[in-house]
Design a protein around this ligand. Structure first.
Ligand code: SF4
Length: 333
């Protein structure tokens, strides 16, 4: 069974875009791969953030991941900063990869533009830590979208450079291309994102009134100016896309027929979507309530994950130390 690694920044409660764009795929990957899921809090500190909020962000995220179906008995779920070998290996990799390679990373440029008052070194070396995250576990595959391909290429370059200079330790991981929808936010303009405030947080499910109030705000096909104007679900940036991702083929056929003939209004369409989302997230709502009532479970999962991850990480680092020729006094080997 191949090992798959994937990381996610602790943004707090997940939203529908996170679920459809990544987590739903993670849940199904557990059936085919040995999965390692890491909450990358050391990556998160490269951005401006509020330290007081960090532990709550991590806890909320773990609650959501478990409630959505990440199974800590089958998969490894842990917090990056509890396994110091990640940063240790990143330092080693800093010495095998050239500045020019990092300068070409587009995400560095994008992120620097987003926070011009905090262009820190961590932002620049972020892809090196990402390569360490993957290679520490000798992951053979990484689920990525198109925008992440450059990072996987870099991890492969790092593995090749290390192996060439010091001897083979790391596999060259493959990109597990995922053709997942990039859900636009309720504004219908930009990718769904908590920072843009255009999201449907998953924890709104279970509160039907609040969820439908959010859906009411969703931008629809601009061709439907009045109830009588026909539209097209393909041009409906939010509701049409959510139906495709969540609703049954029968309901999608109903939406298409009703939308293109003006047989239904957008309110009818959103009401159907609300019903389907309630059904889709019913077990999530139930499991989430159980986890919220039992906060010790999150700590237990993270402690178990850290222990297992460290054992794997230390095994890799021991090989790395040998290849680098570092002296290991017996007591610290
Ligand atoms: Fe969008 Fe549905 Fe309205 Fe068509 S009927 S524009 S798919 S909300």
């Amino acid at each position: 069974m191949k090992t798959v690694f994937s990381g996610i920044q602790p943004s707090g409660e997940l939203h529908l875009g996170n679920y459809l764009g990544a987590i739903r795929n993670w849940v199904s990957l557990q059936d085919q791969y040995r999965c390692i899921f890491c909450i990358v809090d050391y990556h998160a500190i490269t951005q401006t953030y509020e330290p007081k909020e960090m532990s709550r962000r991590v806890t909320d995220m773990v609650v959501d991941l478990l409630a959505l179906g990440i199974d800590p008995e089958r998969s490894l779920l842990f917090l990056q900063s509890t396994v110091p070998e990640h940063t240790e290996l990143a330092w080693v990799f800093n010495n095998v990869i050239g500045m020019g390679v990092l300068e070409r990373m587009t995400q560095y440029k994008d992120k620097s533009e987003h926070q011009p008052d905090n262009v820190n070194v961590g932002l620049f070396t972020y892809p090196v830590l990402q390569a360490a995250d993957i290679l520490l576990y000798k992951a053979e595959a990484v689920p990525v979208g198109q925008d992440q391909l450059q990072h996987i290429e870099l991890a492969r370059d790092v593995a090749r450079a290390f192996n060439h200079r010091f001897g083979k330790v790391f596999p060259e991981c493959e990109a597990l291309m995922t053709n997942l929808p990039k859900l636009l936010g309720l504004d219908g303009k930009q990718k769904m994102s908590k920072s843009l405030g255009n999201q449907i947080p998953l924890n709104v499910f279970g509160n039907d009134k609040a969820m439908r109030k959010l859906l009411a705000k969703a931008v629809t096909d601009s061709a439907r100016v009045t109830r009588e104007d026909p539209g097209n679900p393909d041009n409906c940036p939010t509701v049409g896309q959510m139906h495709k991702a969540i609703s049954s083929p029968e309901d999608n056929a109903w939406v298409r027929e009703g939308c293109t003939t003006a047989g239904i209004g957008c309110a009818d369409c959103k009401a159907k979507l609300g019903d389907n989302m309630n059904a889709h997230f019913a077990s999530y709502v139930e499991r989430r309530a159980e986890l919220v009532a039992n906060p010790g479970r999150v700590e237990e999962v993270l402690a178990m994950g850290a222990q297992k991850a460290r054992a794997l990480a230390q095994r890799t680092m021991s090989e790395v130390h040998k290849k680098l020729g570092l002296l290991r006094p017996k007591a610290s080997a």
